[in-house]
Each structure stands twice: as C-alpha cells, then as structure tokens.
Design a protein around this ligand. Structure first.
Ligand SMILES: NC(=O)c1ccc[n+]([C@@H]2O[C@H](COP(=O)([O-])OP(=O)(O)OC[C@H]3O[C@@H](n4cnc5c(N)ncnc54)[C@H](O)[C@@H]3O)[C@@H](O)[C@H]2O)c1
Length: 261
C-alpha cells in the first residue's frame, strides 16, 4: 500500500529539482503524476522513465492562463481526474531592490505568484469535483523573513502564504486542504547553479556549498530535494488529514534564530 494510492497529482516545475523528486516519490507511493514544466525535453524524459501508467508530461508555463486550461484537460485525459496539485514551479533572481528593473520584478510575480494563483483557481474546482484532495504551495524561508538581494522573490513567497491561508479557508468546505512548504537552502540548480554549468568543477562546487552551509545552517548542511519531497508527500497524503492553511518550514534550523555554536 502506497500513501498516495489512487491519487492523481499535478506537479508544476516537475522536470527537475524539488519537483522532480516530488514526482518520483509520489509515483513510488502509488500516485499517478502529471509532470508539468516548460523544460519539455527533461519533463518528457522523466515521465517516460516513470512509465506511462504512472506519469505523463504536459507543457505548462504557470504564468499563462491558457496553458493551465490545456494542462488540466490533458491531465484528465490521461488519468480521468485530478485530486492533488503541487505548485512548485518558481524562479529566483538576485538584485538590490533599488536596482531591480520593473520587468524583472513583474516576471518573478508572473511565475511565482500569479502561477500559484492560476494553479489554485484552475485546479481547485477539479479537485473538489473529484471528491476532495490537496494543494501544496511552494513558498520559501523568505516567505517568513527577509533576505538581501531577493526582494522580488521574497515578496512573491510572502504572497504565496497569503494565498495559501485564504484558499484553505475558502476550500475547506469542499474538502480541499491547502498548505505550504517553506524550504531553506536546498541543493537544486536554483541554489546551486554549478549543477547546470558544464564548465564547473563538480568537486570544488560541492565543497564550496558544503563549506557555506556548514556555517549558516544549524544542522550543518544544505537540504536535499528528496527531503522537501517527503514534506510535500506528508501534506498530500492522509497523514496530514487535519491540517490546512499552514506554512511548514524545512530549513535545517536556519530560521530558529541566531546560532552561537
Ligand atoms: N532550492 C532552494 O533552495 C529553494 C528554497 C526555497 C524555495 N524554493 C522553491 O522551490 C521550488 C522549486 O525550486 P527548485 O529548487 O527545485 O529549483 P529549480 O530551478 O531546479 O526548479 C524549478 C523548476 O520550475 C520550472 N519552471 C520555471 N519557470 C516555470 C514556468 N513559468 N512554468 C512552469 N515551470 C517553470 C523550471 O523549469 C524547473 O523545472 C521553487 O518554487 C523555488 O522558489 C527553492
């Protein structure tokens, strides 16, 4: 028995990083998963690897309304219903607020915040129609505190917590639970771009990351995308049946306070 037997879950940004690990874990726990992303080649390859009984890939730019309609239709075509959504897709840009071009600020809002809103608005009625289910929004450590040079990103992640709480209130009566994960630093291409750089020395890059997070994070290391996937599994499955509207921090203790050891 898997923890997600019989479930059909859409994972946005599912082609790599945390979304990829969520897709892998959810399939291992018995779900059928719709991998949705703009990285078509990687998404197709992942779905093929997971097998067509268990996974399908759809092209979905989360900031584009029409893409959501098409992706929802494709998901229902493949698996008959949708009863779970992980709003995981996101982008990060570094800039001082006073130097951030409006276009960049708007682009981050479009993907992170509007993407999450469109996901809830499009998919929640489908989940309700399927008899209920779950939405997991991917916020961040920066949804709960500030971090220099990521102003636009932090603003969208704060907004995702607002959306999560309101959606939980409005959808509870339709048996749809809505929660958020708030990861600290996780070892994916977003936080560790050396993973994508063919010229980077993988050993040196790994050592630099290890050195940095050993100092910054009380548990002494960067997080693993599999660990965030395990939290998303908890919030998608019945183990969290009485939980809705909440942010869940997964950060190795980073937010707990100032460490003096
Ligand atoms: N890695 C971290 O340290 C960290 C920390 C806190 C929160 N997060 C959040 O976790 C989520 C996953 O990030 P990740 O670390 O796996 O990064 P990642 O960059 O490896 O993966 C992001 C995925 O989202 C996809 N994506 C980007 N724009 C999209 C769009 N418009 N439509 C559909 N898909 C799109 C990308 O193609 C990619 O597959 C993001 O929301 C990110 O903000 C990451």
């Amino acid at each position: 028995m898997g923890k997600l037997d019989g479930r059909v879950v859409v994972v946005t940004g599912g082609a790599r990083g945390q979304g990829e690990q969520e897709a892998r874990l959810f399939v291992a726990e018995g779900a059928r998963v719709v991998v949705a992303d703009v990285l078509d080649e990687q998404g197709e390859a992942l779905a093929a690897e997971l097998g067509k009984e268990s996974a399908t890939y759809v092209h979905l730019d989360v900031g584009v309304e029409a893409d959501w309609q098409a992706a929802t239709a494709a998901a229902k075509d493949a698996f008959g219903k949708i009863d779970g959504l992980v709003n995981n897709a996101g982008i990060l840009r570094f800039n001082e607020l006073c130097s951030t071009p409006l276009e960049e600020f708007e682009q981050i809002i479009r993907v992170n915040q509007i993407g999450c809103f469109l996901g809830i608005r499009t998919v929640a009625p489908e989940i309700a129609a399927a008899g209920g289910g779950t939405i997991v929004n991917t916020a961040s450590y920066t949804a709960l505190t500030g971090m220099a040079f990521v102003g636009a990103y932090a603003a969208t992640k704060h907004a995702i917590l607002g959306l999560t709480r309101v959606a939980a209130l409005e959808l509870a009566g339709r048996n749809v639970r809505v929660n958020a994960v708030c990861p600290g630093a996780v070892d994916t291409p977003m936080t560790n771009p050396a993973q994508l750089d063919p010229d980077a020395d993988p050993v040196a890059a790994k050592e630099a990351v290890a050195e940095l997070y050993k100092k910054l994070v009380p548990l002494g290391r960067i997080g693993r995308p599999q660990e965030v996937a395990a939290l998303a599994l908890f919030l998608t499955g019945d183990d969290s049946a009485y939980i809705t509207g909440q942010p869940f921090v997964i950060d190795g203790g980073w937010l707990a306070g100032v460490s003096v050891v």
